[in-house]
Design a binder for this molecule. Structure first.
Ligand code: CP
Length: 310
């Protein structure tokens, strides 16, 4: 097995090899053991300083990265664009170059623009980690999702995973498709045809518009929220109608006569894409995903730190 990542930055799953993902998972297995000890901290990144640079709102990703960094003993600074000099007109590159001038080694970036982390990686020396770029990729979310499937079902290869909902505006969907396919899973997407990009068929993804048929097909349902904040036109008549045709509830799951695993990257819009009696049921591994996010991000940071100066 390879002992180093093939990349210096984590910009997307598309750029990773299957062996990179396997290395991240095996490293995350070890960090998960650390996180379950009374002392949840290791000195691995004691000499490293990491900036979490967030231009968009976040609960899970920002806190998960910050905890991962602290559990690895890194020094951490947090930047939020809403309370920064970006409001006075400072550019992304100037902002990051000023942060790096304070001897920062790695940048975790969330940005609403597609390609923002790729742009930074071309212009600065620090390791760049994409924490979500617009509607493009969210690689650590896909890694923690696939890691959670592996934990729950033993392996990802051969499993049937359906991603439900607003595929068009979702960075989680694209990163999941790349990760799951690299690991040998079969991938389907399901939602209203206005929210499913036509190019997905060319990626070898199955497309299904009927919720019940998709649920009958899959072993794992990864349910996404409707991203109203990214929608400039109406893609369906109302949230009530969306919920009627694409909301997953207990009655529907009970009618399947089989067990499926329910996932959601968060935040959940309860009563729209998922009912509470499904989100909080034994089918759901939603909080396991959140727990695994810390170990997976520790693995990513640790392995990328090994690529410093390359
Ligand atoms: N899953 C996810 O990215 O959640 P946040 O937007 O809260 O970080």
């Amino acid at each position: 097995m390879q002992s180093q990542l093939s990349v210096k930055h984590l910009l997307g799953i598309k750029e990773l090899r299957k062996e990179d993902i396997q290395l991240i998972f095996e490293t995350a297995d070890q960090f998960k053991q650390v996180l379950n000890r009374p002392i949840k901290k290791v000195p691995s990144l004691r000499d490293i300083t990491i900036a979490n640079v967030f231009f968009e709102n976040s609960t899970r990703t920002r806190l998960s990265f910050e905890l991962a960094e602290k559990r690895l003993s890194a020094d951490v600074v947090n930047f939020s664009s809403s309370s920064s000099s970006v409001k006075k007109g400072e550019t992304l590159l100037d902002t990051v170059n000023n942060i790096l001038a304070m001897k920062v080694d790695m940048v975790v970036l969330r940005h609403s623009s597609v390609g923002a982390p790729h742009f930074l990686a071309r212009h600065v020396d620090a390791n760049i980690i994409n924490a979500g770029d617009g509607t493009h990729e969210h690689p650590t979310q896909a890694l923690l999702d696939a890691f959670s499937i592996r934990e729950k079902l033993g392996e990802v290869a051969g499993k049937k995973v359906c991603i439900f909902g607003d595929i068009l505006h979702s960075r989680v969907a694209l990163s999941n498709i790349f990760a799951l396919q690299k690991l040998g899973a079969e991938v389907m997407v399901c939602g209203p045809n206005t929210l499913i990009p036509k190019y997905l068929g060319e990626l070898g993804v199955k497309i299904e518009y009927d919720l019940k048929k998709a649920l009958q097909w899959c072993d794992v349902a990864n349910v996404l929220r409707i991203q109203l904040e990214r929608q400039t036109i109406k893609y369906f008549p109302s949230l009530r109608e969306y919920s009627l045709y694409y909301g997953i509830n207990k009655e529907l799951l009970d009618s399947l006569n089989k067990e499926i695993v329910i996932m959601h990257p968060g935040p959940i819009n309860r009563g729209v894409e998922l009912s509470s009696d499904v989100a909080d049921s034994h089918h759901s591994i939603i909080l396991d995903q959140v727990e695994n996010g810390v170990a997976v991000r520790m693995a990513v940071l640790y392995l990328l730190a090994g690529k410093q100066g390359q």
